[in-house]
Write a protein that binds this ligand. Structure first.
Ligand code: PLP
Length: 906
């Protein structure tokens, strides 16, 4: 059905052009700034000819049958404002409400249960929060896609289901651009009944009028540019369709969130200067962006030539706005810069006549745990600027002073100008290269297991799965030997111990990698065969698990140790149940890979941190949680991850890479296999930005399972009942998307997050039951945890058919209830573990802080001397840490490891 356009639309556009027209010298329609400054409504003349629209501060109006009776339904000041907003937005209709979020709320009430919404994946946090709410309370499915790529919308467009497409462009604070015109066109062609909604707050109607590019509804947080002075909260909605306007006006009248008369007056006054302010603000922003970019800071602003969305933005918008952001490479430096500015006020929001500065990660994303923030979120060091109308020279002068004061730039005599000082991360890499750590020291590492929170089984068919690290860890310790032998001790695999003469290993079968080259995708079968036929030939089927672990270990040792052939023992232990689907092999692979890389100095740690605060200055350095200390640079973590993936390949043949990535990087990630219709055939792994650590109870059913058979069973069901399984896969895809949104949403309160997750856990488990992969033992765990007084929500995790169940534990769950639940589960023969999910990945015990590590001093290359304890003694004599490590009981292992010194994390 073609939308009906209001008959007054054409008239509205010409409205301000004064009558009468002369046919000889016709007047042109007024330009934008004239429209802004001219507040006139011929249908609403003021009785006294007032120059400024009066404030009708009245709740009621006398009489019957008059245009106004009650201000919830209509108010003359509001009518003036809405007329004016419609005019400057080239819209037939405008509505004004109490905030930008109220505007979105009114728009979302056009939806009904069962509808589907496609929205961007980089939206304003409050928008995510409201979408999450309608998802969990309104029966609405929300698909989040990367709208910088219009084709990512296509797979989700369904003519009978898609009711709304919600876009934001450019986004805040990374200024990502969506092609509103292309997406609107696709929506109209493929799902004609769907409405396209655009949040235009970052641009205002002056710079971008999405109705002209095919959008059906546009809204602005008028708290920003439209009002311009940060003195009111308001939201405005514009559209051309009568039916949509009427339905939204009905909501506003029903709920009573229309903008109050006083605020209407203020907003109307602010709007008059919109063009003037915006011209100045964006000219200032352009200068500031050019200045920062010129100094070499990574700067995000559509007005810069290297902005990736510049071409699209130029086609759709008439300017670049006044928000920009830049990265310094060093969070502390960014904090110093923000703290050193005077003119730039530290404040959230934007669009004000005064210039504002903020650090999104510290201000709006501060609730995200520190360990996961930088790695997976917005750049930790990102500074957002919104230029005001001040003199640009003063703004740049103030910023320059702050940059100098913070040590971000210095004057270069030769170039006769200020230049950027390389950031801490730049310096780190060159310092690392200069520094050598002696491989004669002990290296103690740890890495977490993982659980699949959502999407197991469905992931095999192309649905996105959400996996997170679990704070049950594998530990690996290398202890130097000086007898030319290499040994491994796998405590959790029947206490397996084996040692080899290093010279007798199959070095001839090694094809060394070229300098700097990565391991190829496929394993070197010649080397694998040589290891199995040589050092592992005595290990039979009865030792197949230990043999597989030793094969992975030796494969990496031979590939990486060709030059140094270091002599050491490697002991691995785990607080994770092995073989229960919790990623024990991946955490083993991460520990083995990182220690072999460290021993061979294929990776090194950055130089010791300089004591900069009382907390850093000296003992005690007890590391209490895994979320505190990020020290291992991402490039080092990448190298470990590549080799952990190789080890996983040796162990499993064709792993997805999820387990080892979670184990190295920690936190949570979304994984999609490539080549399926979901996600337009695209696959890959994406960290979940801002994942919050959550408490879970993991319960091992102790029932062994056959993963291959369970996966094949789902495949067979899909073949025999394609519609049923297809529907389930679709639903699980929405669950994963929604979980991802909720987990990453910094604005969602803890209670909202937990209740959203509970609903998703329940829904996902029910689908898994329909797919036939649950097990009576898992249902017993569900029933036990759900029973009064616990009332907890549980789902199976991983392949099902036994294995483990996960139960979400609210923050306020009583310790006494937990004790009795643990007792109940244990009584039923299960093994429960109370753990947190989403904590840090790979950790290395700091060689700078741990007194027990042999020779922890940092030495320069060429100055290496053997540690005194090691000279002339047997391995067992010197391996004090190793002996203590091997004899700790599992329940206290983590605590003991943490008490050794400071752990450094990815
Ligand atoms: N949309 C965007 C892009 C925003 O930045 C904001 C507020 O920061 C809103 C919507 C919400 O507007 P309000 O705070 O007026 O409710």
């Amino acid at each position: 059905m073609a939308p009906k356009i209001d008959a007054t639309l054409a008239r509205l556009h010409d409205l301000p052009t004064p009558e009468p027209e002369s046919p000889l010298r016709p007047r042109k329609p007024y330009r934008f700034s004239t429209l802004c400054a001219t507040v006139e409504n011929p249908d609403q003349k003021d009785q006294y000819g007032s120059s400024s629209v009066p404030i009708y501060q009245s709740a009621t109006f006398k009489g019957v049958g008059n245009p106004y009776d009650y201000s919830r339904s209509g108010n003359p000041t509001r009518s003036h404002l809405e007329h004016h907003i419609a005019k400057i937005s080239s819209a037939a209709h405008a509505l004004s409400v109490s905030s930008g979020m109220a505007a979105l709320d009114v728009i979302l009430r056009l939806l009904k249960p069962g509808d589907e919404v496609i929205a961007g994946d980089d939206l304003y946090g409050g928008t995510n929060r409201l979408l999450t709410y309608i998802r969990s309370h309104g029966g609405i499915t929300v698909h989040h896609v990367d709208t910088t790529d219009p084709s990512s919308v296509l797979p989700f467009l369904n003519p009978s289901k898609t009711a709304m497409v919600l876009l934001e462009s450019p986004t805040n604070p990374l200024l990502k651009v969506a092609d509103i015109a292309a997406i609107s066109k696709d929506v109209k062609e493929r799902a004609p009944d769907a409405i396209v909604v655009v949040d235009n707050t970052m641009m205002s109607p002056y710079l971008q009028r999405p109705l002209e590019h095919g959008a059906d509804i546009v809204y602005d947080s008028a708290t920003k540019y439209l009002s311009g002075h940060h003195d009111l909260m308001a939201g405005v909605i514009t559209c051309n369709r009568d039916d949509l306007k009427q339905r939204m006006a009905f909501t506003i009248n029903s709920v009573g969130n229309a903008l109050a008369p006083n605020d209407c007056f203020l907003l109307l006054r602010g709007t008059k200067t919109l063009a003037l302010r915006m011209d100045r603000q964006q000219a200032n922003s352009q200068q500031v962006a050019t200045y920062l970019h010129g100094l070499g800071f990574k700067t995000h602003y559509p007005g810069l030539a290297d902005h990736p969305g510049r071409e699209i933005h130029e086609r759709i918008a008439a300017g670049n706005g006044a928000v920009l952001s830049f990265e310094t490479g060093d969070k502390e430096m960014s904090e110093r810069i923000v703290g050193a500015t005077r003119l730039w006020g530290i404040s959230v929001s934007f669009g004000c006549v005064n210039s504002l500065i903020s650090m999104p990660c510290v201000m709006s994303h501060a609730s995200i745990d520190p360990a996961t923030r930088a790695e997976r979120g917005l750049p930790e060091d990102l500074i957002r600027l919104c230029a005001g109308i001040e003199d640009p020279a003063d703004l740049i002068d103030d910023l320059e002073r702050a940059l100098i004061e913070a040590g971000a730039i210095v004057f270069d005599e030769q170039q006769n100008k200020y230049v950027r000082v390389p950031s801490a991360s730049d310096e780190l890499s060159s310092a690392v290269q200069k520094l050598g750590l002696d491989y004669q020291q002990e290296w103690f590492v740890s890495a977490p297991g993982k659980i699949i929170l959502f999407g197991e089984h469905a992931v095999v068919h192309g649905v996105t799965a959400v996996a997170a690290s679990v704070d049950l860890r594998c530990y690996g310790l290398t202890t130097p030997r000086n007898d030319g032998r290499l040994s491994v001790h796998f405590s959790d695999i029947d206490n397996f111990y084996y040692e080899w003469e290093i010279q007798s290993l199959p070095w001839d079968a090694v094809t060394p990698l070229a300098a700097g080259a990565q391991h190829p995708d496929t394993l070197d079968q010649v080397l694998m065969d040589a290891i199995l036929a040589g050092p592992l030939k005595e290990l039979g089927e009865d030792k197949k698990h230990a043999r597989a672990a030793a094969l992975a270990f030796l494969y990496m040792y031979l590939m990486l140790g060709e030059e140094k052939r270091p002599s050491f023992n490697f002991t691995a232990r785990a607080t994770l149940p092995v073989g229960a689907g919790l990623g024990s092999s991946a955490s083993f692979s991460t520990c083995a890979a990182s220690t072999i890389l460290l021993v061979n100095r294929a990776i090194t740690l950055p130089p010791p941190p300089q004591p900069s605060s009382a907390a850093d200055a000296g003992p005690p350095h007890v590391h209490i949680s895994h979320q505190g200390r990020r020290f291992i640079p991402p490039s080092t973590a990448d190298t470990v991850n590549q080799w952990a993936f190789i080890a996983e390949k040796v162990l499993h043949g064709n792993p997805s890479g999820v387990d080892n990535s979670v184990s190295v990087f920690g936190g949570a990630l979304a994984y999609t296999r490539a080549g399926f219709t979901f996600n337009d055939g695209k696959g890959g792994m994406e960290p979940i930005l801002g994942f919050k650590s959550l408490k879970f109870l993991l319960t091992n059913s102790k029932v062994p399972r056959d993963t291959k058979k369970l996966v094949a069973g789902v495949g067979a069901l899909k073949a025999s009942e394609p519609e049923l399984v297809g529907g389930i896969l679709n639903s699980i895809q929405s669950i994963s998307h929604e979980a991802r949104r909720a987990l990453a949403d910094p604005e969602l309160s803890r209670t909202e997050l937990l209740s959203a997750l509970e609903a998703l856990i329940k829904e996902n488990h029910e689908h898994l039951v329909t797919l036939g992969v649950s097990h009576p033992s898992l249902e017993t765990i569900r029933a036990t945890t759900a029973a009064e007084p616990y009332g907890l929500t549980t789902k199976l995790t991983g392949a099902g058919g036994g294995g483990c169940a996960v139960t979400l534990v609210p923050d306020d769950f009583q310790a006494s209830s937990m004790d009795s639940l643990l007792a109940d589960l244990t009584k039923e023969g299960f093994v429960p573990y109370l753990t947190s999910v989403g904590g840090s990945g790979l950790g290395v015990l700091s060689p700078y802080s741990a007194p027990n590590l042999i020779q922890m001093t940092v030495v320069n290359p060429g100055e290496v001397t053997p540690p005194p304890e090691a000279a002339g003694q047997s391995a067992a004599d010197v391996a004090t840490l190793r002996l203590a490590f091997e004899k700790q009981d599992v329940p206290v292992l983590s605590q003991w490891a943490e008490s050794l010194g400071r752990w450094l994390y990815v």
